[in-house]
Each structure stands twice: as structure tokens, then as C-alpha cells.
Write a protein that binds this ligand. Structure first.
Ligand code: APR
Length: 243
């Protein structure tokens, strides 16, 4: 792997356009459970069965309990070396974009600013009835109400079967179309549309890199597959770059 790592390092040129996609694996070393790993269960529920509009409509108290548990858990976690390395990369590469599927806010806390949170944020809430939406870090009641209209609030995240936040997909596709280097980190590449970003970047001529503990459906599309912990590999990639 060392040879591949050195080659990817050489590709991290400030003159290049670099797009990075991250998933839950980038936060695993901070103590945030991934979705499909062995810790991907909450009580007896799979996250995929709760992160859905129909689940919220049927049992809002259960879905809010799940999100309040995640908010509390993430509030006790710190960004790790992988998050910090990506923030350094952004500072050293002017033409850089970080697209994350994570809703934990740890990239922003590590200092990333050229950041698209494509699945929203655990720290946002929005009304199910009116346009009220806000950032809310304080603990929430079991069924939080909208201060404007009194209807139920919901987490400001994108659930299965819901469209992305307007403009996000367009921006991602535009940026991927111009990328020289695409790096995917810590995602199982099983959830669309992010799972297609690798192919899209490759089709437009980008060199593609995967960083993951294990192979994913997109490993075969990768010019370089770096298998190991994101918190070990990313610091090595940026070694020599100064923040
Ligand atoms: N370093 C690198 N990769 C890791 C690490 C680590 N320390 N720990 C775990 N991984 C990898 C796993 O091997 C797995 O491929 O991270 C990936 C995590 O995959 P998922 O749990 O499926 O997370 P993700 O790909 O982000 O899920 C996508 O699905 O449930 C929805 O909306 C949710 O955004 C999420 C989306």
C-alpha cells in the first residue's frame, strides 16, 4: 500500500481540482457508529428502518428518540485525525470541495468550510407544517413543537426516499465533472446518489481513490484503493502539507 499512498500523495497538487466524498467511516474513530457495521443497530432497529418519512409519520416519538440519542452521542464526540486532515487539505488545495453524507457536523468542527452536507445535519430542525427551520444544539423534548405554528418539528436530515436539499445534487455533479482527483473515504457506496459519484468523476476523467477498511462496490472503479483506517491514511496523505 505504501507505493499507492506515495502516488496519491503526489497527486495532491495545489494546481488540481480535488473532490472528496465522505461517509460514516470517517467518523467511526470519533466514536460515532456507522450505519451498516456491527454497531449499526439502535435498540432492535436498523437505522434504515427509522430514517424514513413513513416511520416518522407512524411513530414520531420513536424516530425522535433515535435522533435525540444520536444528537446526545455525537455531542460527546470530537473530530478525529481524518476530519482534521481534510480540513488541512482544503487549506492547501484552492480548488477543493468536501461532500459528506454525514450529519454529525464533525467536518465543520474540524475546520472544513468548503463543505456540502448532502444529507443535512443532526443539528438542524425544521417544521413539518410551516417554513420554520433553525440550528438547534440544545437537548430537545421527546416531541419538539414548532415555536411559530405549534406543529411537530422534524430532524433537518434527508431520509430514505426524500430528495436531497435543493441545489445540492446539481452542485455535486458540476464539481465532479471538473475534478482531477476524486477521493472517497469511509463510505460503503450503497446509498444513492453518492454511490454514483465515483463513476461520474471517473467518466469525466478524474483519477479515483478509495480509502476504506474494506472493499466496496466501487473498489473496482478506483485507480488507487487504500485499505485501512481513514484516521491513519489521511494524515499520511497530507504529511508535509502545513495548515
Ligand atoms: N476508516 C475507513 N473506513 C471505515 C472506518 C475507518 N475507521 N470504519 C468504517 N469504515 C467503512 C466501512 O468499511 C464501511 O464501508 O465505512 C463505511 C461505512 O458505511 P455505512 O455505515 O454504510 O455508511 P455510509 O456509506 O456513510 O452510509 C451512507 O446511508 O444510512 C444512510 O444516510 C445514511 O449517510 C448515510 C448513508
Amino acid at each position: 500500500m505504501q507505493a499507492s499512498l506515495e502516488m496519491v500523495k503526489a497527486l495532491l497538487d495545489p494546481g488540481k481540482k480535488v473532490v472528496v466524498l465522505t461517509g460514516a467511516g470517517v467518523s467511526a474513530e470519533s466514536g460515532v457508529p456507522t450505519f451498516r457495521g456491527k454497531d449499526g443497530l439502535w435498540k432492535t432497529y436498523r437505522a434504515e428502518d427509522l430514517a424514513r418519512p413513513d416511520a416518522f409519520a407512524a411513530r414520531p416519538e420513536l424516530v425522535w428518540e433515535f435522533y435525540n440519542w444520536r444528537r446526545e452521542l455525537v455531542a460527546g464526540c470530537e473530530p478525529n485525525a481524518a476530519h482534521r486532515s481534510l480540513a488541512v487539505m482544503e487549506q492547501q488545495i484552492p480548488n477543493f470541495l468536501l461532500i459528506t453524507q454525514n450529519v454529525d457536523g464533525l467536518h465543520a468542527r474540524a475546520g472544513s468550510r468548503k463543505l456540502v452536507e448532502m444529507h443535512g445535519s443532526l443539528w438542524r430542525v425544521r417544521c413539518t407544517a410551516c417554513a420554520h427551520a433553525r440550528e438547534e444544539r440544545a437537548p430537545l423534548p421527546p416531541l419538539p413543537e414548532c415555536p411559530v405554528c405549534g406543529h411537530l418539528l422534524r430532524p433537518g436530515v434527508v431520509w430514505f426516499g426524500e430528495p436531497l436539499i435543493p441545489g445540492v445534487l446539481k452542485l455535486a455533479v458540476e464539481q465532479l465533472g471538473h475534478a482531477d482527483l476524486f477521493i472517497s473515504v469511509g463510505t460503503s457506496n450503497l446509498v444513492q446518489p453518492a454511490a454514483s459519484f465515483h463513476q461520474l468523476a471517473k467518466d469525466h476523467g478524474a483519477i479515483t481513490v478509495e480509502i476504506n477498511l474494506e472493499a466496496t462496490p466501487n473498489t473496482g472503479l478506483s485507480d488507487f484503493a487504500l485499505h485501512g483506517r481513514a484516521g491513519d491514511i489521511l494524515p499520511e496523505l497530507i504529511a508535509g502539507m502545513t495548515p
